[in-house]
Design a protein around this ligand. Structure first.
Ligand code: ADP
Length: 499
């Protein structure tokens, strides 16, 4: 009998379920969007009950479409939007407040105060994170301070905290299991990634009672069984990881120095740094990639704030293209950008420049510049930004040079971009056949702990290449292009600070 792995992929805008066979082939899927709430400028919330109901809806739908029942499912793996914070009543299962989404900026001032009190360094050394409203700690603190009676109830053990994985596990087991995995715990800003436990000093700093926190387990481990009524019978929950870490696992970046980049709305680069955490001096984050057999694997994480979003901008604001795909045709129809560079610093610049005041710039225009050059320059900018983060990672991780970069995400479908990325990195770009790397990673983690795979080496055999792009320009040409890019970045940073 064929055995399937069920991946629950709980994202920021939709809940998805994908069923994989043991080769990692997609055998069925379903997806449903859910509501986003913006109660105030900069605030973002979700309804935890809607997260749960859409996730269950798509799971059942995917099973129906594939024509399978619970006995055909070897295990469930969960991957999720990270850092999003849910607090609920332990007895009734009712959330005490909407989920505060990772994007929500409501606690930005708390973070600024922490920085001003000089706590940034301590928090970084313990958690690998830069103090920011993204992470769960200040969101929990905010709910405890703003919901009447919450603090006392939490201290009495009547309120539980969870990131979205924990919430789903708790619901799937009808409240029997309150747990998370290392990769998700590492994004709360409460977890000490060196001592591998919730950090008492940080809990005290944020005023968070330990009793409300989930138990932290390996990412590939048996968490419990689903309540029989949910899928018609019990199924083991056996893999859990945050979305970016799951995608690193799905890309089978199992060895130190292996790296993946996701080209989505933004860009997410993760590099496996092995069993030792590497602490960046230039603003990359240190995180736990996964826990397996009691051992942790660490990663460096860097993001590009604006990647595919710049293509949306070309389409929606500038009207230069009518679809994202068209950017490829335009870019390929000219031999180069004719000296044009575009720096999409719409929200400032991240690693390695860290200039919140930088803004977008289009430079090098001449009378001969046309929209094809501009479109090409925007695509090239995605590759240059990735280049900047990759070089920084190599430096900080002490890796001489990446042997290859594995890619995924919506914009990785752009063949021009992939070729240009190979040229600029002077590194081979490898695209997998299965582009659902996040869900696949969760499925692999689950399959590994129930014995569907003997070990990670066996999983690696299932990574199949769909496309590969080798560098096609000389190192001299590469250097010249990068010089132009750096010059353009300097111009984007040349700006009066806002006061
Ligand atoms: P997310 O998960 O962040 O929503 P996706 O992985 O779905 O993102 O990718 C969507 C992004 O990729 C959009 O910003 C879109 O503009 C960009 N994109 C999609 N297809 C292409 C393409 N062929 N060329 C360039 N960019 C693309």
């Amino acid at each position: 009998m064929e055995r399937y792995l069920m991946a629950l992929d709980q994202g920021t805008t939709s809940s998805r379920c994908i069923l994989f066979d043991r080769n990692g082939t997609v055998c069925g899927s379903a997806q449903k969007e859910f509501r986003q709430f913006y109660p105030q400028a900069g605030w973002v919330e979700h309804d935890p009950m809607e997260i749960w109901s859409t996730q269950m809806g798509v799971a059942r739908e995917a099973m129906e479409r594939a024509g399978i029942d619970y006995r055909d499912i070897a295990a469930v793996g969960i991957t999720n939007q990270r850092e999003t914070t849910i607090l609920w009543d332990k007895h009734t299962g009712e959330p005490i407040y909407p989920a505060i989404v990772w994007q929500c900026r409501r606690t930005a001032d708390i973070c600024k105060d922490l920085e001003q009190q000089g706590m940034g360094d301590l928090i970084f050394r313990k958690t690998g994170l830069r103090v920011d409203a993204y992470f769960s700690a200040t969101k929990i603190q905010w709910i405890l301070n703003h919901v009447e009676g919450a603090k006392e109830r939490a201290e009495n053990g009547d309120i539980l905290f969870g990131t979205v994985d924990t919430w789903l596990i708790w619901k799937l087991t009808k409240g029997r299991v309150h747990a998370t995995d290392y990769s998700n715990a590492a994004r709360t800003m409460l977890f000490n990634i060196i001592d591998k436990k919730w950090d008492d000093d940080l809990l005290q700093l944020f005023g968070i009672p330990k009793i409300m926190l989930p138990e932290v387990r390996d990412s590939s481990a048996r968490y419990g069984e689903t309540e029989p009524s949910i899928f018609g019978g019990p199924v083991p929950i056996a893999g859990v990881a945050g979305d970016q870490q799951a995608s690193l696992f799905g890309q089978t970046c199992f060895d130190r120095g292996e790296c993946k980049n996701t080209y989505g709305t933004g860009g997410f680069l993760l590099m496996n740094t092995g069993e030792e955490p590497v602490f960046s001096t230039h603003g990359l984050l240190t995180t736990i990639a996964w826990g397996y057999q009691g051992k942790l694997t660490y990663a460096l994480e860097g993001s590009v704030f604006v990647a595919g979003a710049a293509i949306q901008w070309l389409r929606d604001e500038m009207g230069l293209i009518s679809s994202a795909e068209e950017s490829e045709t335009f870019a390929m129809s000219v031999p180069d950008t004719n000296g044009v560079y575009m720096v999409p610093a719409f929200v400032g610049l991240g690693a390695p420049y860290w200039d919140p005041y930088a803004r977008g710039i289009l430079t090098g225009l001449t009378r001969g510049s046309n929209r094809k050059h501009i479109v090409r320059a925007v695509l090239e900018a995605m590759a240059y930004q990735t280049y900047d983060v990759v070089r920084l990672m190599e430096q900080e991780a002490g890796i001489a040079k990446l042997s290859a970069l594995k890619v995924d995400g919506g914009a990785s479908a752009n063949r021009f971009l992939m070729q240009f990325q190979a040229d600029i990195l002077q590194t081979t770009i490898r695209q997998p056949q299965c582009i659902e790397t996040t869900a696949l990673g969760a499925a692999y983690l689950a399959g590994l702990s129930v014995g569907l795979y003997r070990n990670m080496e066996e999983i690696r055999q299932h990574w199949n290449e769909a496309n590969r792009f080798d560098p096609a320009i000389t190192p001299q040409q590469q250097e010249e292009k990068i010089r132009g890019w750096k010059h353009a970045v300097a111009q984007a940073m040349f700006r009066e600070p806002e006061r």
